[in-house]
Design a protein around this ligand. Structure first.
Ligand code: ADP
Ligand code: MG
Length: 395
């Protein structure tokens, strides 16, 4: 397997999806849409504390094409990056109330169809995606928002962008049953090229932060590991942060000024609760500071904040793992790396780093020779959010 992933590009994905649709359903599709994956630059384990997060959309995308047809069934075929083909059908919501059920992947589609705010009749669709699945770059939100946008094109009803992101989040809560925050669907929906998105998870306001540089690239390194711990540790971190806020009589740690950490310490609260709260309070201010540093093109400062964030996630939040720590250590000692940190929920997944363009190949070589696992690299050019693709079909 190659250690480099490059985005295929929307045109190529659209062509693949259109060809597959013609092959499967014997006619041209009439509606098409795309939605990207995402990577979070900073603001980790703070969304459930009403903090700030700063993701960017990736050039990797999910494309959905299709058309209504004359039965009450929704038939979906999904072609994965490795060529594997999945297919599943469910009754249109016009004839039956949709409920979650196997196979698990179809719930991401079914949930969106169930929450789409207009009548959806039976349709055929093909999904083609090059967003890496289960690597922490949100293939799930990419699929949900791509399906939602496809339904907008199909029904010719445009839905407000924030409503769309919130409906897709609700779909993920209720169908696959994943209690995700709002970040993924927000950035996949609202992202703009050459910008990161600063999302305030308390007010749900989102601000575009320009992110352009001639000489610096965002390198993502997939550790290619995912430890099972993630599922059980995540609710514990949530509970510990909520316990800290409750001790301070605050609705969430977002309301905690840094000096309140001293109060928490004076209360002799549980040591783990204090560590988690210290991470969250400082990570929220690091995220705001990163947005300001990006505005000022101060990438050196952004890099420093990345390292601080990683150390805090590793030592205070304790959501890193030996592989992610190893990658960040290698990056720390590589020429031309300004900063690096784990990104996503932790216990595996990806590391994100700011690297001088001229040092990029040297950095990759060093990782390939020193990392004990199988690293997969991709570059992240901040990309656009979801969009309807017009087919310009001749009638
Ligand atoms: P992530 O969102 O970080 O990639 P998740 O575990 O949240 O990881 O979501 C991955 C799941 O989403 C997959 O196991 C699969 O069920 C579903 N999924 C994502 N993209 C697709 C796709 N293109 N086709 C079918 N299922 C998909
Ligand atoms: Mg996901």
């Amino acid at each position: 397997m190659s250690n480099e992933l490059t985005a295929k590009g929307e045109d190529c994905l659209l062509q693949e999806a259109t060809d597959k649709f013609v092959l499967k359903f014997g006619r041209q599709p009439r509606a098409a849409a795309s939605a990207p994956g995402r990577v979070n630059l900073i603001g980790e384990h703070v969304d459930y504390c009403e903090g700030f997060v700063l993701p960017v959309a990736l050039p990797f995308k999910t494309v959905v094409v299709g058309d209504f047809h004359n039965t009450d069934e929704c038939n979906i075929v999904s072609v994965l990056a490795d060529g594997q083909e999945l297919s599943s059908s469910f009754p249109a919501p016009t004839i039956a109330e949709l409920k979650p059920g196997p196979p698990s992947w179809i719930n991401y589609v079914k949930g969106v169809v169930a929450h789409f705010p207009r009548t959806v009749q039976g349709f055929n669709a093909v999904v083609v995606s090059d967003v890496p699945m289960g690597s922490g770059v949100s293939s799930s939100a990419s699929l949900e928002v791509a399906v939602f946008t496809f339904l907008e094109a199909l029904t010719k009803h445009e839905i407000d962008l924030v409503d769309k992101a919130l409906l897709c989040q609700k779909a993920e809560h209720e169908f696959p049953g994943v209690p995700c925050g709002v970040m993924d669907q927000y950035v996949v929906t609202l992202a703009q090229r050459h910008h990161a998105l600063l999302i305030d998870c308390r007010s749900l306001e989102a601000v575009q932060i320009p992110m352009v540089s001639e000489d610096i690239v965002v390198l993502v390194v997939n550790s290619s590991v995912k430890h099972q711990l993630a599922g059980s540790e995540y609710p514990q971190r949530r509970a510990q942060c909520h316990a800290a806020a409750a001790l301070l009589a605050l609705p969430s740690l977002r309301h905690a000024a840094p000096h309140l950490l001293k109060d928490l310490e004076a209360m002799k609260c549980d040591e783990l609760v204090l560590k988690r709260a210290t991470h969250v309070v400082n990570e929220i201010s690091r995220t705001e500071e990163t947005a300001n540093a990006l505005r000022n093109k101060d990438f050196k400062r952004v890099g420093e904040l990345f390292y601080q964030s990683h150390d805090s996630l590793s030592k205070l939040m304790e959501v890193s793992c030996p592989e992610l720590d190893e990658l960040v250590d290698i990056l720390r000692s590589s020429a031309g790396v300004l900063g690096a940190r784990m990104t996503g929920g932790g216990f595996g997944g990806c590391v994100v780093a700011l690297v001088n363009k001229e040092n990029l190949s040297g950095v990759k070589k060093k990782i390939l020779s020193e990392y004990n696992g199988n690293p997969v690299f991709f570059e992240c050019q901040p990309s656009d959010g979801a969009r309807v693709i017009s087919y310009n079909l001749q009638e």
